[in-house]
Write a protein that binds this ligand. Structure first.
Ligand code: HSE
Length: 439
């Protein structure tokens, strides 16, 4: 007998998933055991890109998640509500769940996985991060014997597309965003993408898997790309970097003296999203356009990078369907004990360090009066707070003002910001238009 799916939503991802399951020739034979039993839609009148019997479509989504016949609920409606409530209701009724919903999982993962564990059902989310790129199951299963040190990703295609075009065309953020919206690469309301919120959802999920604990989304530091200017992209290029929006989850480095080391036993994580100068030789530097990539570093694997399409109907349907297949295989096997490689058994929250404790290199651009001794004054302020400079360049002017760019060695962010606060008070300093972290 077939395993019955109740699919919530027939938008881009839902349609792609139905198409993939219906067109099963040449794919895994278990797909033939999947029955598309119910599909919940907002309106029955719309013309659809898939052929489904009328009896399968319904506008009553609640009836799907409570239907005793349904084995697996596939939530692909997106957004917070009613997605969260429907997932919880499905779990309450003993359904396994497949979801592509990073926003719900990053905010309500605790509630959802606690309910799922209690009900003895699985919640699968391969499509929630990286679209078609398999990264959730690799972290949960294939890489789970490693001690993970860092997960660093380009996990938002829209911002990577915008930054790539700014880099190759020398265009401004506003111009590329407007064009990306016209071409359909960016949403009419681009906030979630360009302000880094979508990437923050995704890195909180990856961090939870990599570091075996729950993550509070509000602890994830988040900066978007609106302030990245073509001037900075050009300077970064001259200095040997490209600017990427990185989502990073990492075991924090110990701060340099004179600050006391963070207790290794508490070993807090740094989980953050921000535009970053990436050395051109780094594997993430060459990920361009709408593509996503996730670099996982650990012991003993060292480095492994996942690369591919981070969105789109076909790629996301591939991820959703692989979760469905996992569940079909599990339902068809006879064991009564949950598979620990498919559940989320995290009990505790990870300790996330505040951004001031981050130890990183910085890039900063200053506009100053063109007078003797200005670079010396900057150097004195930096020295006072233990900030060591890797390079200082003064190549241009903006009107009457000299433009000075510095790249630091590793420094505690809190110390660097104190130095900047003092530099801002210098009479010769007009402004600090850019401040970016360097990988
Ligand atoms: N809006 C996302 C992006 C795709 O631009 O990558 C969906 O996660």
């Amino acid at each position: 007998m077939g395993v019955k799916l109740g699919i919530l939503g027939l938008g881009t991802v839902g349609t792609g998933t139905v198409q993939l399951i219906q067109d099963h020739a040449g794919r895994h034979p278990l797909l033939q055991d999947v029955e598309i039993y119910r599909v919940g839609v907002r309106s029955l009148d719309k013309t659809r890109a898939v052929n489904l019997p009328e009896s399968v479509l319904t506008t009553d989504l609640k009836a799907i998640v409570t239907d005793p016949q349904v084995d697996i609920v596939v939530e692909v409606i997106g957004g917070l509500e009613p997605a969260r409530s429907l997932i919880l209701k499905a779990i309450e009724h003993g359904k396994h769940v497949v979801t592509a919903n990073k926003a719900v999982i990053s905010r309500f993962g605790d509630e959802i996985f606690t309910a799922a564990n209690k009900a003895g059902v699985y919640v699968m989310l391969e499509a929630a991060v990286g679209g078609g790129i398999p990264v959730i199951q690799p972290l949960k299963q294939s890489l789970s014997v490693n001690r993970i040190h860092a997960v660093t990703g380009i996990v938002n295609g829209t911002t990577n597309y915008i930054l790539t075009r700014m880099q190759t065309e020398g265009s401004s953020f506003d111009d590329v965003l407007a064009d990306a919206q016209r071409l359909g690469y960016a949403e009419a309301d681009p906030t979630a993408d360009v302000d880094g919120l979508d990437a923050a959802d995704k890195i909180s999920i990856l961090a939870s898997l990599a570091f075996a604990g729950r993550i509070k989304l509000q602890d994830v530091y988040c900066e978007g790309i609106r302030q990245v200017s073509k001037t900075d992209i050009a300077y970064a290029d001259k200095l040997g970097f490209v600017i990427k929006l990185l989502a990073i989850a990492k075991q924090n480095s110990l701060p340099p003296s004179p600050h006391p080391p963070i207790s290794p036993s508490s070993s807090p994580l740094s989980v953050r999203v921000h535009p970053t100068l990436v050395p051109k030789a780094h594997p993430l530097a060459s990920i361009n356009g709408v593509y996503n990539a996730i670099l996982v570093e650990g012991e003993p694997i060292r480095q492994v990078m996942f690369f591919g399409p981070g969105a789109g109907a076909g790629p996301t349907a591939s991820a959703v369907s692989s979760d469905i297949l996992h569940l079909v295989a599990t339902l068809k096997s006879s064991t009564a004990t949950p598979n620990p490689l498919l559940t989320c058994g995290h009990q505790d929250y990870c300790q996330i360090a505040p951004i001031e404790e981050l130890v990183t290199r910085f890039y900063a651009r200053f506009l100053t009066k063109d007078q003797p001794g200005v670079i010396g004054k900057l150097g004195t302020c930096f020295g006072k707070y233990g900030v060591s400079l890797e390079s200082v360049v003064q190549t241009g002017f903006q009107g009457e003002l000299a433009e000075i760019v510095v790249v630091t060695h590793d420094v505690r962010e809190g110390d660097f910001r104190q130095a900047l606060a003092e530099i801002r008070t210098l009479e010769a300093v007009d402004s600090i238009p850019s401040l970016l972290r360097v990988l």
